[in-house]
Design a binder for this molecule. Structure first.
Ligand code: DGY
Length: 321
């Protein structure tokens, strides 16, 4: 008998067909949001769950799923899952690392360039028919060459950003609770700083940390106050790492120059004041959204799930600290 699996939302078709061939599959919903009560009731008789970062798999959900053996998240971040509780209950949790590193690093550079060179504002200006001719001070932005990029969270994605930054002649400094060895730093051309020094020294601050109780509101009002008035903040990691209300205030009052955001504190809601500001670029959580990467994420999460259901150790098992 095939194992019963709940897929919370559709995968890309190829991967969903592949999964459907091997398990007894139920697709929970085609909608973007799956209510918790529905998740709980559909999961009751399932051995496997394939879910997304928009699904909260907490203690209550896990407690109501007596047959559950594997939770495969189609994302690298697992802040939507109570991983330690799942592991205590003997349930394997998997994620999709590595395959989205390059796409997310590319999007980070896109946001750095778009904010420093005011690309979205300039595009709006053209569409509104306001371009009347070349002018010496039209849309002046900031040059990257020679500036300092401060990377918060120096895992795979942070390092991939550092490698790209070298091509733009940026000096790279980083903060991470686990600093690299001197040799690794040399190889990447990056220097360690404590968080407050990084914030005060950087022209661009880019966040690549995972969301944990320790990183919640890591970028607080006080820490935003350490940044240069000309600095740019980029967040492609998780919204709650930044105190969004404090960020709005910093942008409104010119305490920092601009921000590029792909994630939000209360996703998918965007703080209404952010929508009014010219000096912020807003994207709908598309860091990993390339055809290549999303296909790999889908197949990776399916394979992790199938491995776990066969009683094997999944390739991308999330370890508990
Ligand atoms: C992740 O995987 O955690 C990203 O936020 C979405 O690709």
């Amino acid at each position: 008998m095939k194992p019963k699996v709940l897929l919370t939302h559709p995968l890309l078709k190829e991967a969903m067909d592949y999964l459907a061939d091997q398990v007894d599959l139920e697709l929970a919903t085609e909608e973007l949001f799956l209510p918790k009560a529905e998740l709980i009731s559909k999961l009751k008789d399932k051995e496997g769950l394939l879910c997304f970062l928009t699904d909260q798999v907490d203690k209550e959900v896990i407690d109501e799923a007596p047959e559950l053996k594997v939770i495969a998240n189609c994302a690298v971040g697992v802040n939507n899952i109570d991983v330690s509780y799942a592991r205590r209950r003997g349930i394997l949790v998997t994620n999709t690392p590595e395959v989205l590193t390059e796409a997310t690093a590319d999007l980070t550079l896109a946001l750095i360039l778009a904010t420093t060179r005011r690309l979205v504002e300039a595009d709006r200006f053209c569409r509104q028919g306001k371009f009347q001719g070349w002018k010496i001070d039209l849309f002046l932005g900031q040059e990257l060459s020679g500036k300092t990029l401060g990377i918060i969270g120096f895992g795979r994605i942070g390092r991939a950003v550092a490698r790209r930054a070298k091509a733009f002649n940026l000096k790279v400094i980083y903060y991470d609770p686990h600093p690299l060895s001197r040799n690794q730093e040399k190889e990447l051309g990056a220097e360690f700083r404590d968080l407050d020094s990084l914030l005060s020294e950087s022209d661009i601050v880019s966040i690549h940390a995972s969301l944990t109780p320790q990183s919640y509101h890591l970028i607080s009002k006080e820490r935003l106050g350490l940044m240069k008035k000309t600095a740019v903040l980029i967040n492609v990691a998780r919204g709650p790492i930044v105190d969004e209300k404090a960020l709005v205030e910093a942008l409104e009052q010119g305490k920092i120059w601009a921000a590029g955001l792909d994630v939000y504190e209360n996703e998918p809601q965007i703080e209404p004041k952010l929508l009014q500001l010219e000096n912020v670029i807003l994207l709908p959580h598309i860091g990993s959204a390339t055809y290549e990467t999303r296909r790999k994420m889908c197949f990776m999460s399916v394979n992790n799930l199938l491995q776990g259901l066969r009683g094997e150790r999944p390739n991308n098992l999330v370890e508990v600290d």
